[in-house]
Design a protein around this ligand. Structure first.
Ligand SMILES: [Zn+2]
Ligand SMILES: [Zn+2]
Length: 259
């Protein structure tokens, strides 16, 4: 059973034609199931959650100005219509939700009754630091401290009970910064919490595909801990265009099977 659980619809219109491009590529790649999603920051309904980021950095002010161009209701309508269609691969519908600890109530209110199949929780900001946007933003940052806070937030994300899955669980490595501390215990705590909440963790080729990172998936230590603790693991491409659907999925699935 080959799955790609993290595929962004963005860059196209909410039409069956656009969805078919993802489905066709999935079929070409031999996938059985795909999870389609959108970033919450694409929807104006979620913009209040991002306003606190204004003023943290000039770059983010202009980035934020470009968000919220879509309506969630249009996305939901597409999902509803597409559910009536039959596709050669199973298609699930969801959201990639940015996690901010002060916004749990808001996220709960905005997502709890949505007719969606899954919610992927993501850490994209560490107390206002958008670590995965540009390498230069890391200048002057203490890598160990950022790692510590990143995983603290991830524990809170999991504890919140708001999400089905955890996106790219070590994406903080995106620009090659590595913690000098041993994170075995941290990974163990994350694993325990993921199991407690019944969440899956992504084995994601996103950093390899989108950032040119050296290898696909979690760092070997995290993967070993998650596998030892029997955390459910799902393969994901973090595709942002139809051509990237399934990219690296087969390779990651093979490797997971062998371990
Ligand atoms: Zn993400
Ligand atoms: Zn994503």
């Amino acid at each position: 059973m080959l799955k790609d659980v993290h595929i962004h619809l963005e860059r196209g219109t909410y039409t069956k034609d656009w969805v078919m491009k993802f489905v066709s590529q999935a079929q070409k790649k031999g996938l059985d199931e795909i999870y389609l999603l959108e970033h919450t920051h694409r929807f104006r309904e979620f913009l209040p959650m991002y306003r606190h980021l204004y003023g943290t950095n000039g770059y983010f002010d202009s980035w934020l100005d470009g968000r919220g161009s879509q309506r969630l209701s249009d996305y939901l309508k597409l999902a509803e219509e597409m559910r009536k269609e039959s596709f050669p691969v199973k298609v699930r519908w969801g959201l990639e939700v940015c996690y901010f600890p002060d916004w749990e109530e808001f996220i709960k209110r905005e997502t709890q009754d949505l007719p969606l199949d899954f919610l992927t929780g993501s850490i994209h900001w560490i107390d206002g630091f958008g670590f995965d946007h540009k390498k230069e933003l890391w200048e002057g940052k203490d890598t160990d401290q950022e790692y510590e806070r990143y995983y603290e937030l991830m524990e809170e994300l999991i504890d919140s009970g708001l999400f089905t899955g955890l996106a790219h669980p070590d994406s903080i490595k995106c620009f090659g910064r590595e913690s000098s501390r041993d994170l075995e215990e941290t990974y163990g705590r994350l694993a325990g919490k993921l199991k407690e909440q019944g969440m899956y963790a992504e084995q994601s080729s996103g950093l390899f595909n989108n950032y040119g990172y050296a290898y696909r998936g979690m760092n070997p230590q995290m993967l070993a801990v998650f596998q030892r603790e029997q955390v459910p693991i799902e393969t994901a491409s973090d595709a942002h265009c139809p051509e990237d659907v399934g990219k690296g999925i087969w390779e990651m699935a093979q490797k997971l099977e062998k371990q």
